[in-house]
Design a protein. Structure first.
Length: 394
């Protein structure tokens, strides 16, 4: 039985691609609702009419709303936020700014995102630091007891993905934060998949840094992202890259980094996307993040239950807490072939391969899986049709 959700009809009418399309690729890039798309196009139209600099001056309040909106979403101060062009660069701006030397240790999870692992390995190669992968517990999430035991005097960073890209688990980020704080180790949270689909309270989590994107569960434009940097960490960190937005040139031989998290921004930005992402956050908050999480959980568990009842289908999601991302494979057809078949029926899904979560997939003997990621505007009727089509394909 469905959990109550306020005005699902309005949520769907605000999503113009529906009902001609079933969109189960929200973990890749969700569908912008009408208010967000309208805000984006309106801003771009003004740039066409008035010029880029002039539009930024006219719409300064809308650009500033980005910081106010995210401060409400993440429970932080506006000066702890930076607008970055995507989640990867937001994450990079922190990771590449943390001093490392030979013997230093970076602790991460088995299900860590492949791009992050590449960055860990690159800096380990450059500096002589060591990457340490914390094992999972029996449920498949990061083992917090093992994490405590692995921390030592050489540990310089704990860096974890809140929700991995290739599965439905939710890592125990609050407990990780407690452990990091007790050990005095900086904590970097990749919240790319979690912002917008479940509460991300940076104070409750206890992370020092968090990166996120606009295009996924926040339903914002592509090419937009956010970085949270706690006030206690900002002043002690100098970004790996600076420009004249992040710092002031005060003499021919001296510069001064600006205050707050904006020191991690670039001068040139996707201003239309920044304004529209603020609208997207406001839109998500208007539905209520707890209500969104409750509905997403119901829809995902419905899908998992129906998938598990199909002979030859294996659901591959791990964790004691699971989210709106559902992954599975079939004996009869490859994930790539199933994606093609679904696409022909106007059903969007994606394929997660080993490159995204190589450590986890190799440990579990997985090659590729179908990733069907639901969101609150999806319906049980859409899931039933998805299951019916899958049975036909098989």
């Amino acid at each position: 039985m469905s959990e109550p959700f306020p005005d699902i009809d309005r949520a769907r009418s605000d999503t113009r691609a529906l009902p001609q399309l079933i969109h189960f690729n929200n973990a890749g890039s969700s569908l912008m609702p009408a208010p967000v798309s309208d805000a984006l196009h309106s801003y771009l139209h003004d740039e066409e009419k008035y010029g880029g600099y002039e539009t930024a001056a006219i719409r300064a309040a809308e650009l500033d709303n980005f910081y106010a909106s995210f401060s409400r979403l993440l429970n932080c101060q506006t000066n702890e936020l930076a607008y970055i062009e995507n989640a990867t660069r937001a994450w990079d701006m922190i990771f590449y700014s943390i001093p490392l030397q030979a013997g230093d240790r970076i602790l991460t999870s088995v299900a860590e995102y492949g791009s992050n692992v590449i960055a860990y390995l690159q800096r380990a190669k450059q500096t002589g630091a060591e990457l340490v992968v914390v094992p999972n517990d029996d449920s498949g999430q990061l083992d917090t007891r093992a994490l405590e035991q692995l921390i030592d005097a050489k540990t310089r960073l704990i860096s974890v993905s809140h929700i991995p890209t290739g599965g439905g688990l939710v890592n125990p980020v609050v407990e990780i934060g407690r452990i990091a704080k007790a050990a005095g180790v900086p904590y970097l949270l990749d919240a790319c998949q979690s912002m917008g689909q479940l509460p991300v309270d940076v104070k409750e989590i206890g992370c020092d840094f968090a990166s996120g994107t606009g295009r996924k569960y926040l339903r914002g434009p592509r090419g937009t992202g956010v970085l949270y940097v706690s006030q206690t960490m900002t002043e002690s960190m100098e970004p790996a890259m600076l420009d004249q937005h992040a710092a002031d040139l005060i003499s021919p031989t001296q510069y001064q980094v600006i205050d707050g998290a904006k020191r991690f921004e670039n001068w040139e930005q996707f201003f239309a996307g920044k304004a529209a992402l603020g609208v997207a956050v406001d839109y998500a908050l208007s539905w209520g993040i707890n209500d969104i999480q409750q509905r997403n959980t119901m829809l995902a568990e419905n899908m998992r239950a129906q998938l598990s009842a199909i002979p030859g289908v294996t659901v591959t999601d791990e964790g004691s807490t699971r989210c709106a991302i559902v992954t599975f494979f079939c004996k009869q057809k490859s994930a790539t072939e199933l994606q093609r078949l679904f696409s022909a029926e106007s059903i969007n899904v994606s394929v997660s391969s080993g490159s995204g979560t190589l450590l986890s997939f190799r440990q579990r003997g997985l090659d590729e899986v179908v990733r069907a990621s639901v969101h609150y505007f999806n319906t049980e009727t859409e899931i039933d049709l998805f299951i019916e089509k899958l049975r036909q394909f098989l």
